[in-house]
Design a protein around this ligand. Structure first.
Ligand SMILES: Cc1cc2nc3c(=O)[nH]c(=O)nc-3n(C[C@H](O)[C@H](O)[C@H](O)COP(=O)(O)OP(=O)(O)OC[C@H]3O[C@@H](n4cnc5c(N)ncnc54)[C@H](O)[C@@H]3O)c2cc1C
Length: 326
């Protein structure tokens, strides 16, 4: 039985701006809150009183803002204390958090304090016939879409990966409620951040690129991998990878596409020596034109490809590079 209909979204801020994933979740949650006749609230912990208008633009009815120097960097204890206090105070039906590096640490900590369930990497939400908010999560290597409910505790918590939902403007004339940060004085965080050094991913971010070249486990040599880099550069695109390439140390998880990596929707996806495991397909299935090069005509990637090239990439790649350069 539902007590409260409201949805609370934690919107992570950086340098006075909300991260896009928070706006994507608000865009999706706006429709859900309307269907449940509830409110849509955004929670922000930031060191600056900037950027809240974006939250109203994407559908928030109210912003709960904690503004304090200590929110400049993520510190588990301060953030989870504020979230637990707010949730206990406003008792939302659902609490949704972006599955960023920070959100993936923050969400389970808050769920543990609140003794409630947490569904990770939700790909869709729907309302069932009884009016419950159902969380859809890929399971068993993405072969099954599991429907998860937290029946006995509130809030029902979940995380959503960047790129899962479309941005949709829905301007609200909302209000800002300032959160009391005085109780932070009584908390001793176990970690005191001294600074923040961002490691910029090499090349264009996968999420922003219109063309993504993905190299898979069939890429044999480092030299071939460098050739894929060149191909992606020549196409003004980004270079992504599958798990075996990360394992070889040629790229990193910031460039991996799939269940435990990024979700991408480029206009053109070019998969080279990628088998098309369900873990990978989950992250690229909404791409526009899908081109696959694989020497195995039965490779599963061909099931989702628009252009299927059954060939050895070692023959195709040099020809492709000289054609584009040429
Ligand atoms: C919980 C979990 C989460 C995971 N998450 C992810 C994820 O987010 N992203 C991800 O990518 N993987 C993920 N994996 C791993 C995933 O299951 C697969 O193992 C991985 O995607 C395989 O990558 P691949 O297809 O590139 O390599 P392989 O399976 O090694 O396939 C290589 C392909 O290259 C082809 N090939 C070989 N040589 C050539 C050639 N010369 N020319 C043309 N084609 C050639 C082969 O025919 C084959 O189809 C996850 C696994 C688990 C268990």
């Amino acid at each position: 039985m539902r007590d409260h209909e409201d949805i609370l979204v934690f919107t992570e801020f950086k340098d006075g701006h909300p991260l896009k994933v928070g706006l994507e979740i608000l865009s999706k949650a706006r429709g859900l809150a309307d269907e449940m006749s509830g409110g849509l609230y955004a929670m922000v912990l930031t060191d600056r009183a900037d950027g809240f208008d974006m939250l109203f633009k994407y559908g928030a009815d109210r912003v709960y803002a904690g503004i304090d120097e200590s929110f400049r960097y993520y510190t588990g204890a301060y953030f989870s204390r504020m979230a637990v206090s707010l949730v206990e105070n406003i008792k939302p039906y659902a609490f949704i958090i972006g599955a960023t590096a920070m959100g993936s640490m923050f969400a389970p900590e808050v769920a543990a304090y609140l003794k409630t369930g947490l569904a990770a990497h939700v790909i869709d939400y729907k309302i069932d016939h009884a009016g419950n908010l159902v969380q859809v999560v890929p399971s068993f290597g993405s072969r099954v879409a599991a429907e998860i409910l937290t029946p006995h505790s509130r809030p029902q918590m979940s995380t959503v990966r960047p790129g899962t939902f479309e941005l949709k403007e829905n301007l609200r004339n909302g209000s800002i409620v300032h959160l009391d940060t005085s109780e932070l004085d009584y908390i001793a965080p176990r970690v005191t951040p001294l600074g923040f050094e961002e490691v910029k991913p090499e090349g264009m971010p996968l999420e922003d690129a219109e063309v993504v070249v993905v190299g898979g486990g069939g890429i044999e040599t480092r030299e071939d991998w460098e050739n894929l880099k060149e191909l992606s550069r020549l196409l003004n695109g980004a270079l992504g990878c599958t798990r075996p390439i990360v394992d070889k140390g040629w790229s990193d998880e910031a460039h991996m596409v799939g269940t435990s990596g990024k979700t991408i929707k480029p206009k053109v996806y070019i998969g080279i020596a990628v088998s098309g495991s369900s873990h990978h397909i989950t992250g690229m299935k909404d791409s526009g034109l899908v081109i696959a090069i694989n020497k195995d005509e039965n490779a599963p990637i061909f099931d989702v490809a628009d252009i299927r090239i059954v060939a050895d990439y070692k023959e195709i790649l040099p020809a492709l590079l000289s054609m584009i350069k040429g």
